[in-house]
Design a protein around this ligand. Structure first.
Ligand SMILES: [Zn+2]
Length: 357
């Protein structure tokens, strides 16, 4: 129902030019051209039956992605990372509405689904890659949980339930109280497990997920993994900036000083050594950062740091604000919904300011 309403409002705003009007009026009031970084995780193919991605993880069908890029392009000039950094750091004032497209985690689906769309629209983009995952079979824990809840059968789930007591209270409770009897319950179970695991230390998460997989006899079938070095070099040739998403994808705010420094320095060093580029931006995994992280990033040689906090960018950000860059998730299946979300974004800009969270 909500989707229908959004589409209808989007339809009206598209034809009445509401998005354009809101952009125009905000810029008139603030005297500033809109600057925004959009964030995507995976772009996939819904017809592959991979609805799990779209349901459990932040994912979008490539046809919808195409519509969104076209919608963004109607209103913004899509730039590469160097130009975006120039704008936020104050060395170049944007003379037009400016957008940056960023992709977290460097899934190989990027080449298959996102890149063709980006190339067709002649768009530059940024991919944030965690170096420990490149060219290895290592998987993100949240994808392993997605895979598990998506593929487990009723026997496997019963087995997990009978072993529930061996897990920590929170996890045991989720297993006991959840079910995988239909798609909605699977999705709910997946989210509940992920929420609990997200509160735990990386090593603990890994051992719990490994144990869950062992008991459930789950094989990883998602087909999603990080791009390898050859693929990263290939996309770098096609206008994609490959930037740091740390080494291990751990939450930076939870690390001690030495581990934090190593995550920042080593990921940058390795990407530069392997790809021959200069890495200028870091994206904090799981949006985890604090003042220590923000202070350590420029020391490690970065010029910008991206968070998952929602909000817009701005020309010449003061102090260390360019290490706290906000981003906006864009979604929608039609140009009308995409337009609706852009209109909503500008409405928030007017009512809440550049940051809203
Ligand atoms: Zn990530």
């Amino acid at each position: 129902m909500r989707r229908v309403i959004e589409t209808v409002i989007g339809y009206v705003s598209y034809y009445l030019g509401l998005t354009r009007f809101l952009l125009f009026i905000t810029e008139l009031v603030t005297g500033e051209k809109t600057l925004v970084a959009f964030v995507y995780h995976r772009v996939t193919d819904r017809s592959d039956g991979d609805v799990g991605y779209l349901r459990y993880d932040v994912g979008i069908d490539y046809r919808s992605f195409d519509v969104q890029v076209a919608a963004i392009k109607r209103h913004f000039r899509i730039v590469g990372l160097p130009e975006y950094i120039d704008c936020v750091s104050g060395s170049k004032q944007p003379d037009r509405r400016t957008a940056l497209l960023t992709f977290d985690d460097a899934d190989f689906e990027f080449i298959k689904y996102a890149l063709p769309v980006l190339s067709e629209h002649h768009c530059k983009s940024v991919v944030f890659a965690p170096t420990d995952f490149i060219s290895t079979a290592k998987r993100f824990w949240h994808l392993r949980v997605t895979n598990l809840t998506r593929s487990i059968d009723s026997d496997g789930w019963e087995r997990l339930q009978s072993h529930a007591s061996q897990f920590k209270g929170q996890i045991a409770q989720v297993i006991r109280q959840s079910s995988v009897s239909d798609e909605d319950r699977r999705a709910k179970t997946c989210r509940a497990l992920a929420r609990s695991l997200d509160q735990m230390e990386a090593e603990e998460v890994d051992s719990i997920v490994t144990e869950l997989e062992r008991i459930a006899a789950a094989k990883y079938m998602l087909g999603v993994s990080c791009m390898n070095w050859v693929q990263l070099a290939q996309i770098a040739q096609q206008g994609v900036s490959i930037e740091s998403h740390t080494v291990t994808h751990r939450k930076l705010a939870w690390l001690d000083e030495q581990a934090l420094r190593s995550e920042l320095v080593e990921s940058k060093r390795l990407l530069e050594q392997k790809l021959g580029n200069t890495v200028t931006a870091i994206c904090y995994p799981a949006g985890s950062f604090n003042d220590t992280v923000v202070a350590a990033a420029p020391e490690a040689g970065y010029q910008a740091g991206f968070t998952t906090k929602p909000g817009l960018g701005s020309f010449a950000l003061p102090g260390d604000e360019r290490f706290r860059l906000r981003r906006v998730s864009m979604y929608g299946d039609s140009k009308y919904v995409a337009d609706f979300h852009l209109a909503k974004m500008m409405l928030k800009r007017m009512l809440l300011g550049k940051s809203w969270s």
